[in-house]
Design a protein around this ligand. Structure first.
Ligand code: 5GP
Ligand code: MN
Length: 339
């Protein structure tokens, strides 16, 4: 969890009170999240939608593209609209977990009153209101806080949606963003009717066989650098085709090499076009991969970050391995210096 000095904690609370005031004063809202939405993006969007409806407000959830099967059973999923352009007159549009105004892939947002709700501190402050809480494990935790701050009741629908956000963004409560607060919120959600087995099962035991086919091919590429601390693996476009894979089939592949004792960081490169790759970085402990991703124009959290990179595959992979090794060595030197 990110540590925040007291004045920033106060600032986050101040902005929360502005969001509460906005909701109390206004009536018609839209909610959106990034393209290729994940459990936090969709769970938080739908959770907020149910909260607004329970307060007598109107709320539309608008998301570009298809909803992945893992989220088909979330309450309200059938109400999600796939629109290219913001239409309708809204008092405000909530953007959940979007690093900038372009992330939802919806035109016309620049003319709206926008509320940027995020727990990543690396995004732009593009909103009319920017409610950014890096201490929250997921935006879902912030939606819970909003519900409490506005005096709302955690309904079964809100509980299901927010639990989905928490369980996916914390890697089933494994990652370092899991705090006592996260577990307290999860406990309240279960009390309100969320069923952990059903929600986790919808994500983790609900893949098509193509995932297993793709996993076999991707794991076949895994290698380590000579120190054994960095593992790297690749996914080509051909592998996706041969496996009949769909988006989301590769969820969590990047964590598999990290489960080896000596591996401190993983680089997972996916071909998206000629000489063009999406990269996921993962690390253990204090090794900060967000810092490294930012150097390449990406971002994320200390232990989970991403970026896009172009160039020769071998050369770019070697460059990333090198940068990570340098960071590991720099930290070792610092530790020695501190002794
Ligand atoms: P993943 O590897 O699962 O795609 O992303 C891991 C984390 O890094 C997520 O929290 C995600 O939001 C962030 N992330 C991934 N790619 C990018 C990127 O290109 N830019 C920024 N700012 N964050 C990213
Ligand atoms: Mn999130």
């Amino acid at each position: 969890m990110a540590f925040l000095p007291k004045y920033l904690v106060r600032l986050v609370l101040l902005v929360l009170s502005q969001v509460v005031e906005l909701i109390e004063k206004k009536k018609a809202f839209a909610i959106t999240t990034h393209v290729k939405p994940d459990g936090d993006g969709l769970g938080s969007s739908l959770g907020l939608c149910w909260l607004l409806k329970s307060l007598g407000k109107s709320a539309d959830v608008i998301v570009r593209g298809e909803v992945p099967p893992a989220y088909h059973k979330l309450p309200g999923v059938d109400l999600i609209r796939d629109v290219e352009h913001l239409n309708g007159s809204y008092d405000a549009v909530f953007l959940i977990e979007c690093s900038d105004l372009e992330r939802p892939g919806i035109r016309g947002l620049n003319e709206a009153f926008t509320v940027n709700i995020d727990h990543h501190s690396t995004g732009d402050q593009f909103g009319t209101i920017n409610w950014i809480d890096p201490t929250a494990s997921a935006v879902g935790e912030m939606i819970y806080n909003l519900c409490k701050a506005i005096g709302g009741r955690i309904t079964k629908e809100i509980a299901d949606c927010v639990y989905m956000a928490l369980v996916t963004d914390t890697g089933s409560f494994h990652y370092s963003n899991t705090t006592d607060r996260t577990l307290k919120v999860a406990s309240e959600l279960i009390k309100a009717g969320a069923k952990p087995e059903e929600i986790s099962g919808a994500v983790y035991n609900n893949y098509p066989w193509s995932r297993i086919e793709l996993m076999r091919r991707v794991l076949d590429t895994v290698k380590r650098d000579e120190t054994g601390k960095i593992a790297y693996l690749r996914q080509t476009l051909a592998m996706r085709q041969e496996s009949d894979a769909i988006d989301g089939d590769n969820n969590g592949f990047v964590n598999i090499p990290l489960s080896a004792r000596d591996v401190e960081a993983v680089i997972y490169m996916r071909e998206i076009g000629p000489d063009s790759y999406r990269v996921s970085l993962r690390s253990k402990g204090d090794l900060n991969v967000a810092k490294i991703a930012e150097r390449f124009g990406g971002g994320g959290h200390r232990n989970a970050a991403g970026l896009q990179i172009d160039g020769d595959w071998d050369a770019k992979e070697a460059e990333l391995v090198d940068v990570l090794l340098q960071e590991i060595e720099r930290r070792l030197r610092e530790d020695r210096g501190a002794e």
